[in-house]
Design a protein around this ligand. Sequence first.
Ligand SMILES: *Cc1c(COP(=O)(O)O)cnc(C)c1O
Length: 407
Amino acid sequence: MNHFVSHLESALDGTVFPAGQLHTVHQGRPLWVRYDLDRARAAVRPEDFAARPPSLWRYRELLPLPLDEEPVTLGEGMTPLLPCQRLGQEFGLDHLFIKDESQLPTGSFKSRGMTTAVSMARHFGLRRLAIPTAGNAGGALAAYAARAGMEVFVFMPEDTPRINQIEAHLCGARVFLVNGLITDCGRIVREGGARVGWFDFSTLKEPYRLEGKKTMGLELAEQFGWRLPDVILYPTGGGTGLIGMGKAFHELRRLGWLKVDRLPRLVSCQSDGCAPIVRAFEAGERFAEAFPNAHTIASGLRVPSAVGDFMMLDAIRESGGLALAGREARIVEWMQRVARTEGVAICPETAVCFDCLELLRSAGRVDPKDEVVVFNTGAAQKYPETVPLNLPRLDKDRPINYEALTR
Ligand SMILES: *Cc1c(COP(=O)(O)O)cnc(C)c1O
């Protein structure tokens, strides 16, 4: 066999599905891709990865695409893990890191999921895809589908950042603005699929985006020398990032590749303007109720209800972590503080994580000695609308008062 997938499995009730066939969901809920980890362990050792090109496809034995097939790629993966000493000091932390996903193609971690999912879509002969998006997923899918020569329909809320509208449009996607939320866009994609036969690329409604997101966890392990940090803060919308990382850590543990058995505490960070997972976590629920009147400028977090809610909650609880709401009103301030202190232009979603980190530190729930990783899931440059600007103007034809200018 030229791939290591053993089967797929319902995350809801464990129903098994064969590998090598097109799959979507089971009873409306996601599927896990399962691997023959014994065969993978025999085929590759952790030391081998360092000699491979710095792309997420280096973890080929833990990805679904058959080994003899070329992936649809834009050169994604191996994002830097940046030690942030100055910022760490402000939080009273000795070991604070930013894993900077903004350096990926299309400027967000969404490209990780799309390289694997579009590669698998091409493998299964799909030609026509549709996606509801809060912004970055639509832009990333449009880019990878263009590279694969596929047709894409993108549905986004009408207040989605303009850059996301432009990038999807530029890549030739058919883009539609909807006067509602991502859940309304999701309904349109679902209904349309039944009518015109496009394939539904919604978050977690096809199994392979998650496998790409998983590589964040694999990379982190490799960058930490096959250990893992103590705490990970991750901005959570649809949940693929968080769920994917949790999956990666369990696979690594079962492979026996980790030098330390303890897994990181996962902190799911949401805005207090849209925090369905935080509410469900605090109430001890298995599923999350839709969050009413969801609003946040962190568009990637504007997901009032998610099909993977129970998978997120499981991942958080199994890790001994928690779900926490950062303050919407502090987003712009954190974007500025992190960029000024470390030169890293973080997205509003990640700004929410830093507010959560402050709350955790004041509550004494993160220790000064803990190794803490905050994921910067996207580039601030994709959100020009969020930062209020009133820059001074200079008249080139008049004398400039340099003393006043440098005061
Ligand atoms: C999509 C997105 C998120 C949320 O990720 P999920 O996997 O949907 O939870 C966070 N940040 C950015 C920049 C995003 O585009």
